[in-house]
Design a protein around this ligand. Structure first.
Ligand code: ATP
Length: 237
Protein backbone atom coordinates (compact mmCIF):
# COMPACT_ATOMS: atom_id res chain seq x y z
CA UNK A 1 0.00 0.00 0.00
CA UNK A 2 1.31 3.46 -0.87
CA UNK A 3 2.04 5.45 2.26
CA UNK A 4 2.95 8.97 3.10
CA UNK A 5 4.43 10.35 6.31
CA UNK A 6 2.16 12.11 8.73
CA UNK A 7 2.60 15.86 8.71
CA UNK A 8 3.04 15.97 4.93
CA UNK A 9 0.67 18.35 3.14
CA UNK A 10 -2.89 17.18 3.46
CA UNK A 11 -4.13 15.06 0.62
CA UNK A 12 -6.83 16.96 -1.15
CA UNK A 13 -9.47 14.94 -2.88
CA UNK A 14 -9.84 11.30 -2.03
CA UNK A 15 -12.36 8.62 -2.71
CA UNK A 16 -15.78 9.60 -3.93
CA UNK A 17 -17.39 8.27 -0.76
CA UNK A 18 -15.52 10.87 1.24
CA UNK A 19 -17.68 13.95 1.71
CA UNK A 20 -16.28 17.06 0.11
CA UNK A 21 -17.02 19.08 3.23
CA UNK A 22 -14.65 17.02 5.33
CA UNK A 23 -11.68 17.80 3.16
CA UNK A 24 -12.73 21.40 2.79
CA UNK A 25 -11.51 20.43 -0.62
CA UNK A 26 -13.23 22.68 -3.07
CA UNK A 27 -11.06 24.10 -5.78
CA UNK A 28 -11.09 27.33 -3.78
CA UNK A 29 -9.44 25.68 -0.81
CA UNK A 30 -6.82 24.08 -3.03
CA UNK A 31 -5.93 27.44 -4.54
CA UNK A 32 -6.06 29.33 -1.28
CA UNK A 33 -3.00 27.81 0.38
CA UNK A 34 -2.47 26.83 3.97
CA UNK A 35 -1.65 30.36 5.23
CA UNK A 36 -4.97 31.65 3.98
CA UNK A 37 -6.82 28.69 5.52
CA UNK A 38 -5.07 29.26 8.84
CA UNK A 39 -6.19 32.91 8.90
CA UNK A 40 -9.85 32.00 8.47
CA UNK A 41 -10.55 31.03 12.12
CA UNK A 42 -9.30 34.42 13.30
CA UNK A 43 -11.68 36.16 10.89
CA UNK A 44 -14.49 33.97 12.14
CA UNK A 45 -13.76 34.72 15.75
CA UNK A 46 -13.86 38.46 15.20
CA UNK A 47 -16.98 38.21 13.05
CA UNK A 48 -18.79 36.33 15.80
CA UNK A 49 -17.79 39.01 18.34
CA UNK A 50 -19.06 41.77 16.05
CA UNK A 51 -22.24 39.82 15.41
CA UNK A 52 -22.79 39.42 19.16
CA UNK A 53 -22.39 43.19 19.47
CA UNK A 54 -25.26 43.61 17.04
CA UNK A 55 -23.22 44.78 14.07
CA UNK A 56 -24.60 43.84 10.65
CA UNK A 57 -21.81 44.75 8.26
CA UNK A 58 -18.04 44.77 8.40
CA UNK A 59 -15.44 46.03 5.98
CA UNK A 60 -12.38 44.13 4.89
CA UNK A 61 -10.33 47.04 6.19
CA UNK A 62 -11.68 46.57 9.72
CA UNK A 63 -10.83 42.87 9.63
CA UNK A 64 -7.36 43.76 8.36
CA UNK A 65 -6.73 46.44 10.97
CA UNK A 66 -7.79 44.33 13.93
CA UNK A 67 -5.58 41.46 12.83
CA UNK A 68 -2.74 43.63 11.63
CA UNK A 69 -2.93 42.15 8.13
CA UNK A 70 -2.60 43.98 4.83
CA UNK A 71 -6.11 44.90 3.57
CA UNK A 72 -5.28 43.42 0.17
CA UNK A 73 -4.44 40.09 1.82
CA UNK A 74 -7.78 40.03 3.65
CA UNK A 75 -9.63 40.89 0.44
CA UNK A 76 -7.88 38.02 -1.35
CA UNK A 77 -8.62 35.60 1.50
CA UNK A 78 -12.30 36.49 1.60
CA UNK A 79 -12.57 36.20 -2.17
CA UNK A 80 -11.76 32.50 -1.84
CA UNK A 81 -14.87 32.02 0.29
CA UNK A 82 -17.10 33.37 -2.44
CA UNK A 83 -18.44 36.09 -0.12
CA UNK A 84 -19.32 39.29 -1.92
CA UNK A 85 -19.16 42.66 -0.20
CA UNK A 86 -21.32 45.65 -0.94
CA UNK A 87 -19.86 49.01 -1.94
CA UNK A 88 -19.39 51.26 1.11
CA UNK A 89 -21.10 48.81 3.50
CA UNK A 90 -18.69 45.91 3.29
CA UNK A 91 -19.66 42.32 3.99
CA UNK A 92 -22.88 41.25 5.64
CA UNK A 93 -21.50 39.53 8.75
CA UNK A 94 -24.07 36.75 8.73
CA UNK A 95 -23.25 35.88 5.14
CA UNK A 96 -19.51 36.16 5.61
CA UNK A 97 -19.61 33.78 8.59
CA UNK A 98 -21.63 31.30 6.54
CA UNK A 99 -19.25 31.62 3.59
CA UNK A 100 -16.15 31.04 5.73
CA UNK A 101 -17.78 28.09 7.50
CA UNK A 102 -18.73 26.58 4.15
CA UNK A 103 -15.23 27.15 2.84
CA UNK A 104 -13.69 25.37 5.83
CA UNK A 105 -16.28 22.61 5.87
CA UNK A 106 -17.46 23.78 9.29
CA UNK A 107 -21.04 24.34 8.24
CA UNK A 108 -21.85 20.75 9.19
CA UNK A 109 -20.67 19.00 12.31
CA UNK A 110 -18.02 16.37 11.68
CA UNK A 111 -18.32 13.44 14.05
CA UNK A 112 -15.07 12.32 15.62
CA UNK A 113 -13.80 9.56 17.89
CA UNK A 114 -10.94 10.04 20.32
CA UNK A 115 -8.49 7.34 21.35
CA UNK A 116 -6.53 7.83 24.58
CA UNK A 117 -8.49 9.47 27.39
CA UNK A 118 -5.46 10.72 29.35
CA UNK A 119 -4.91 14.33 30.44
CA UNK A 120 -4.78 15.73 26.90
CA UNK A 121 -7.61 13.57 25.58
CA UNK A 122 -9.78 14.58 28.52
CA UNK A 123 -9.02 18.27 27.94
CA UNK A 124 -9.98 17.98 24.28
CA UNK A 125 -13.20 16.16 25.13
CA UNK A 126 -14.06 18.95 27.55
CA UNK A 127 -13.40 21.85 25.22
CA UNK A 128 -16.79 23.29 24.21
CA UNK A 129 -15.26 25.50 21.51
CA UNK A 130 -15.04 22.56 19.09
CA UNK A 131 -18.79 22.90 18.56
CA UNK A 132 -18.14 26.17 16.76
CA UNK A 133 -15.37 24.56 14.76
CA UNK A 134 -17.62 21.90 13.30
CA UNK A 135 -16.21 19.08 15.41
CA UNK A 136 -18.27 16.82 17.64
CA UNK A 137 -16.80 14.02 19.70
CA UNK A 138 -19.20 11.14 19.65
CA UNK A 139 -17.00 8.44 21.17
CA UNK A 140 -14.00 8.10 23.47
CA UNK A 141 -11.85 4.97 23.68
CA UNK A 142 -9.10 3.70 25.94
CA UNK A 143 -7.42 0.47 26.98
CA UNK A 144 -7.19 1.28 30.69
CA UNK A 145 -9.74 -0.84 32.54
CA UNK A 146 -9.99 1.77 35.29
CA UNK A 147 -11.13 4.36 32.77
CA UNK A 148 -13.41 2.18 30.65
CA UNK A 149 -17.02 2.68 31.68
CA UNK A 150 -16.38 6.07 33.29
CA UNK A 151 -18.05 9.19 31.93
CA UNK A 152 -15.94 12.09 30.66
CA UNK A 153 -17.82 15.23 29.72
CA UNK A 154 -20.90 13.26 28.80
CA UNK A 155 -19.18 10.47 26.89
CA UNK A 156 -18.73 7.00 28.23
CA UNK A 157 -15.18 5.72 27.81
CA UNK A 158 -15.35 2.55 25.74
CA UNK A 159 -12.81 -0.22 25.26
CA UNK A 160 -10.58 0.28 22.24
CA UNK A 161 -11.88 -3.02 20.86
CA UNK A 162 -15.25 -1.30 20.36
CA UNK A 163 -13.79 1.43 18.16
CA UNK A 164 -14.14 -0.44 14.89
CA UNK A 165 -17.84 -1.37 15.15
CA UNK A 166 -18.60 2.07 16.58
CA UNK A 167 -16.89 3.87 13.69
CA UNK A 168 -18.49 1.62 11.08
CA UNK A 169 -21.97 1.98 12.58
CA UNK A 170 -21.72 5.75 12.86
CA UNK A 171 -19.87 6.25 9.54
CA UNK A 172 -17.36 8.35 11.43
CA UNK A 173 -14.55 9.82 9.40
CA UNK A 174 -12.36 11.66 11.88
CA UNK A 175 -10.15 10.19 14.56
CA UNK A 176 -8.31 12.14 17.24
CA UNK A 177 -5.18 10.47 18.54
CA UNK A 178 -4.09 11.22 22.11
CA UNK A 179 -2.52 7.89 23.03
CA UNK A 180 1.11 7.61 24.17
CA UNK A 181 3.70 7.75 21.37
CA UNK A 182 4.37 4.03 21.65
CA UNK A 183 0.77 3.23 20.73
CA UNK A 184 0.31 5.93 18.08
CA UNK A 185 1.03 4.01 14.86
CA UNK A 186 -0.92 0.90 15.77
CA UNK A 187 -3.91 2.91 17.01
CA UNK A 188 -3.88 5.03 13.85
CA UNK A 189 -3.83 1.87 11.74
CA UNK A 190 -6.74 0.48 13.72
CA UNK A 191 -8.67 3.68 13.04
CA UNK A 192 -7.91 3.49 9.34
CA UNK A 193 -8.99 -0.15 9.13
CA UNK A 194 -12.22 0.87 10.86
CA UNK A 195 -12.91 3.43 8.13
CA UNK A 196 -11.50 6.64 9.57
CA UNK A 197 -10.29 8.93 6.78
CA UNK A 198 -8.73 11.79 8.70
CA UNK A 199 -6.52 11.71 11.78
CA UNK A 200 -5.78 14.62 14.08
CA UNK A 201 -2.56 13.44 15.63
CA UNK A 202 -1.56 14.89 19.00
CA UNK A 203 1.30 12.44 19.49
CA UNK A 204 4.89 13.27 18.53
CA UNK A 205 4.98 10.32 16.12
CA UNK A 206 5.17 10.81 12.36
CA UNK A 207 2.52 8.37 11.30
CA UNK A 208 2.88 6.27 8.18
CA UNK A 209 -0.55 6.25 6.62
CA UNK A 210 -2.11 5.24 3.32
CA UNK A 211 -2.14 7.92 0.62
CA UNK A 212 -5.87 8.50 0.84
CA UNK A 213 -5.81 9.33 4.55
CA UNK A 214 -5.49 12.97 5.58
CA UNK A 215 -3.69 13.71 8.80
CA UNK A 216 -2.61 16.71 10.76
CA UNK A 217 0.01 16.56 13.47
CA UNK A 218 -0.13 18.91 16.45
CA UNK A 219 3.16 18.53 18.20
CA UNK A 220 3.00 20.67 21.33
CA UNK A 221 6.71 20.03 21.97
CA UNK A 222 7.61 21.56 18.59
CA UNK A 223 5.67 24.72 19.29
CA UNK A 224 7.07 25.02 22.80
CA UNK A 225 10.62 24.47 21.50
CA UNK A 226 10.29 27.42 19.13
CA UNK A 227 8.77 29.61 21.84
CA UNK A 228 11.42 28.67 24.42
CA UNK A 229 14.23 29.28 21.95
CA UNK A 230 12.86 32.72 21.09
CA UNK A 231 12.48 33.49 24.79
CA UNK A 232 16.11 32.52 25.39
CA UNK A 233 17.28 34.79 22.60
CA UNK A 234 15.13 37.63 23.95
CA UNK A 235 16.69 37.17 27.41
CA UNK A 236 20.20 37.33 25.95
CA UNK A 237 19.57 40.58 24.15
P1 ATP B 1 -3.03 9.06 32.40
O1 ATP B 1 -4.23 9.94 32.57
O2 ATP B 1 -3.41 7.60 32.32
O3 ATP B 1 -1.93 9.34 33.37
P2 ATP B 1 -1.55 10.52 30.56
O4 ATP B 1 -2.30 11.78 30.49
O5 ATP B 1 -0.29 10.51 31.35
O6 ATP B 1 -2.49 9.34 30.96
P3 ATP B 1 -0.59 8.91 28.37
O7 ATP B 1 0.23 8.04 29.24
O8 ATP B 1 0.05 9.48 27.16
O9 ATP B 1 -1.20 10.18 29.09
O10 ATP B 1 -1.86 8.06 27.95
C1 ATP B 1 -2.97 8.63 27.39
C2 ATP B 1 -4.12 7.68 27.45
O11 ATP B 1 -4.00 6.73 26.41
C3 ATP B 1 -4.23 6.89 28.74
O12 ATP B 1 -5.55 7.01 29.22
C4 ATP B 1 -3.92 5.47 28.32
O13 ATP B 1 -4.64 4.52 29.10
C5 ATP B 1 -4.40 5.46 26.91
N1 ATP B 1 -3.84 4.46 26.04
C6 ATP B 1 -2.63 3.90 26.05
N2 ATP B 1 -2.48 3.05 25.03
C7 ATP B 1 -3.63 3.08 24.33
C8 ATP B 1 -4.12 2.44 23.17
N3 ATP B 1 -3.39 1.57 22.49
N4 ATP B 1 -5.37 2.75 22.76
C9 ATP B 1 -6.12 3.62 23.44
N5 ATP B 1 -5.74 4.26 24.52
C10 ATP B 1 -4.51 3.99 24.97
Amino acid sequence: MKRKPDGAPLTIGGPAAFPEKFFAASKGVRDAGWSCIKRMPSYLQLLRVLQAQGQEYVSGTVLATVHNFEPVLVRKDLAFTGAVGQPRRGFRILELIAAIERFLGWDNQTKAVLAGVGSLGTALLGYPGFQDLGLRFVGAFDIDRKKIGSWIYGRKVQPLAQLTPFVRRGEILLGVLTVPATAAQETAELMVRAGIKGIWNFTPVKLQLPEDIVSQKEDLAEGLAVLSHRLQRRKRT
